[in-house]
Design a protein around this ligand. Structure first.
Ligand code: PEP
Ligand code: MN
Length: 330
């Protein structure tokens, strides 16, 4: 089947489910194709996917995608918590945060080493030194790490350290970058562009998927609206919309979604109530002195409080908050 599709100049993407195998056909399809495929042995049905996004759609894959990162499963029964500072600032800052979020029950450590900044004069990250500190924190805590990659030429370097590659909001439509992370073996978390429609966001996921990387996680991080009270408007509705349209896991990021620390917990809980597969929150030992995003960062104590509020909300929508990776080296 795949060979025949290739002969026709089309690409077949396989999705093997429990009950049936679905082959997603992409390329310039022609009117006779449907009948040709229907006539082939083993073909039960041929359905035209009407949406512009194909591989990310529920029609292509009815069952949820789950992504395994070490001991953590993203997109399964358990709600996953990613936490850490906006930017890695020093070994001491990151290690203290990693220990605190781990003790409070986080599953994945976040921290930027390459920071996209609206202004060129603000902190732009520690680069590879920051990645080394993240890796050391993983070594000590057992928490897998997620960090941003901003440019195709850095993918190899970042992938050497990271468990999940993050594509930032500003790069959601950097198609060369999407193509290249699509060729990587690492899971990719794709943040929604601040002015992107849901369809544009899914089409960006499509770039990664169509290169062969099926491990894509969507992240709602707020969109720009006329409201100025908050940094962005957290689009909670995007969460159930993505779950309906797509099989990909979706994470809520109320830190960037609101820009204000006291709005992070309520919007994190709302994300989970709306069906998010997890949350990503910024945590800092001393938010007042953070080099980036201090105003939206939780203190250790505030993060602990949020973690205590999460289980009943998860339970109310039939989910659990996992216990987190068990391995801790001493
Ligand atoms: C971040 O996660 O720190 C970040 C820069 O987010 P975004 O790309 O959503 O602005
Ligand atoms: Mn940030």
């Amino acid at each position: 089947m795949l060979a025949r599709l290739a002969e026709l100049g089309l690409k077949g993407h396989l999705s093997e489910g429990v009950e049936r195998t679905i082959i997603g056909v992409v390329g310039s399809v022609f009117p006779e194709l449907q009948e040709m495929l229907e006539a082939m042995e083993g073909v039960d049905d041929v359905v035209r996917v009407s949406k512009p996004f194909k591989l990310s759609s529920r029609e292509f894959q009815p069952s949820d995608t789950t992504i395994q990162v070490g001991d953590v499963t993203i997109g399964g029964q358990e709600v996953v918590v990613m936490a850490g500072p906006c930017a890695v600032e020093s070994e001491q800052q990151l290690m203290a945060t990693a220990r605190a979020v781990k003790a409070a029950g986080a599953h994945i450590l976040r921290g930027g080493a390459f920071k996209p900044s609206t202004s060129p004069y603000t902190f732009r990250g520690m680069g590879e030194d920051g990645l080394k500190i993240m890796a050391a924190a993983r070594e000590e805590t057992g928490l897998p790490i997620i960090t941003e990659v901003m440019t195709p030429s850095d993918i190899e370097l970042v992938a050497r350290y990271a468990d999940i590659l993050q594509i930032g909001a500003r790069n959601m439509q950097n198609y060369m970058l999407l193509d290249e992370v699509g060729k990587s073996q690492k899971p990719v978390m794709l943040k929604r562009g601040m002015s992107a429609t849901i369809e544009e966001w899914l089409l960006s996921a499509e770039y990664i998927l169509s290169q062969g990387n099926r491990q894509v996680i969507m992240c709602e991080r707020g969109i720009r609206t006329y409201e100025t009270y908050t940094r962005n408007t957290m689009d909670i509705s995007a969460i159930p919309i993505i779950k309906r349209l797509s099989h990909l896991p979706v994470i809520g990021d109320p830190s960037h979604g609101t820009g204000k620390w006291y709005l992070v917990a309520p919007l994190a809980l709302a994300s989970v109530a709306a069906g998010a597969d997890g949350i990503m929150v910024e945590v800092h030992p001393n938010p007042d002195h953070a080099l980036k995003d201090g105003a939206q960062s939780l203190t250790f104590e505030n993060f602990r409080q949020l973690m205590a509020q999460l289980p009943p909300v998860a339970a109310s929508v039939g989910r659990r908050v996992g216990t987190g990776p068990q391995r801790v080296s001493v």
